[in-house]
Ligand binder design. Structure first.
Ligand code: ASP
Ligand code: MG
Length: 407
């Protein structure tokens, strides 16, 4: 007997018929003698609908009240799935995030899980029940509803698997695993059988939307065995996300090409070149809760320098406003921005032992006449910022150049 956490995304929960389908799958695992905890998302489109509704009332919704509204989507699906399970003869009980004692900090809309008091869940599991927990939500110490950021149900699933020391956390979605790149852009993309936590983390933070970044961090930290599978197929092992030793010896140098369209680049020009300037620029940006990605500071000329970084495109205007007050404060010349950029990254642990991957990547892009705007690297990743119009081309040529095409 194993303890399995299964997370079903919005598409898998998208209609009564699909919810019954999920119930059948859960029942199968239960009948095989396993204990099952199910984590669900809201029905597809529902969270977007709730956010839009909130914005119709208030252009910038109050963060606490927004969480009250958008956490309702998952409250609907836990109840519906339990009904479907009971109809299929499976004893089940629903839990909201608060009822499951998923305790978070009080950063509304982006809360972090601090602790899960799982005694009640365990008691129900031991009495033979399937436990169905609302993804994406928790409560803070004062009992306020909180949510974990878009896509946060993945993190709920992994966190519960860690708290319950589950044997496996299965993320059911509308694709059958993690691919070398998005098959909608490159039809030759292949499903990976295995990927390391580190690679998955880079893929997720470089734009691959299969798993929420935080869930991968969590899984790596607590060594949760994580698997991505399709909820629409009965066969298939999906993709196992694991520690590096689990990978085969003959691994490819590059495991995948990730990309993100939603990038924006900002530059503070004519910054006085003196100690503390990076902090003076990025401190207020961090205080405004804006995530910064690539950062470049140029060589100084005549006592000034240029300072560039990227943010998510949705935070472009907000960042510009923050920088404008910084500019006045530090006496910089000008803020320039470009929100028509994208990021393309090659990811692979094999890079560690193979020099020259970066230059190969730059050569391939040069041959296509693609101008690189920014570069950043880590041990297992090379990322470039490009003009948005080059995204598809860059992904396609890199996928081919690194030998990832099928067949
Ligand atoms: N329903 C939430 C969202 O759409 C959480 C999730 O699906 O993981 O972002
Ligand atoms: Mg998701």
């Amino acid at each position: 007997m194993a303890l399995i956490v299964q997370k079903y995304g919005g598409t898998s929960m998208g209609s009564p018929e699909r919810i019954r389908n999920v119930a059948r799958r859960v029942a199968k695992f239960r009948d095989a003698g396993h204990q099952v905890v199910v984590v669900v998302s809201a029905m597809s489109g529902e969270t977007n609908r709730l956010i839009a509704l909130a914005k119709e009332i208030q252009a910038h919704p109050d963060p606490r009240e927004l969480d009250v509204v958008i956490s309702t989507g998952e409250q609907v699906t836990i109840g519906l799935l339990c009904m479907a399970l009971k109809d299929a003869g499976v004893d089940a009980k629903s839990y909201t995030g608060g009822q499951a004692r998923i305790l978070t900090d009080n950063t509304f809309n982006k809360a972090r899980i601090l602790n899960i008091e799982s005694d009640n869940l365990r008691r129900d599991l031991d009495s033979g029940k399937v436990v169905v927990v609302a993804g994406f939500q928790g409560v803070d110490a004062a009992g306020n509803f909180t949510t974990l950021g878009r896509g946060g149900s993945d993190t709920t699933g992994v966190a519960l698997a860690a708290a319950l020391s589950a044997d496996e956390c299965q993320i059911y979605t509308d694709v059958d695993g993690v691919y070398t790149t998005d098959p909608r852009i490159v039809s030759e993309a292949r499903k990976l059988d295995v990927i390391t936590f580190e690679e998955m983390l880079e893929m997720a933070s470089q734009g691959s939307k299969v798993l929420q970044i935080r869930s991968v961090e969590f899984a790596g930290k607590y060594k949760v065995k994580l698997r991505v599978l399709s909820s629409f197929q009965d066969e298939g092992e999906g993709t196992l996300i694991t520690v590096e030793e689990g990978k085969q010896m003959e691994e490819p140098i590059i495991s995948g090409i990730a990309f993100n369209r939603d990038e924006a680049k900002l530059t503070v020009q004519g910054v006085p070149d003196r100690p503390g300037i990076a902090y003076q620029i990025l401190g207020p940006v961090a205080d405004a809760n804006i995530d910064v990605d690539m950062i470049i500071q140029n060589v100084g000329h005549d006592g000034t320098t240029d300072f560039s970084f990227t943010v998510n495109r949705s935070e472009f205007e907000k960042t510009k406003a923050v920088l404008e007050s910084v500019r006045q404060h530090i006496g910089a010349r000008e803020i320039v921005g470009d929100n028509k950029v994208c990021k393309v990254s090659a990811v692979g642990v094999g890079m560690r032992s193979h020099p020259g991957v970066a230059s190969q990547m730059f050569r391939v892009l040069a041959e296509e006449g693609i101008n690189i705007r920014m570069i950043s690297t880590s041990e297992i990743k090379i990322a470039v910022v490009l003009d948005e119009k080059y995204l598809e081309l860059a992904v396609r040529v890199l996928h081919r150049a690194f030998g990832l095409d099928q067949g």
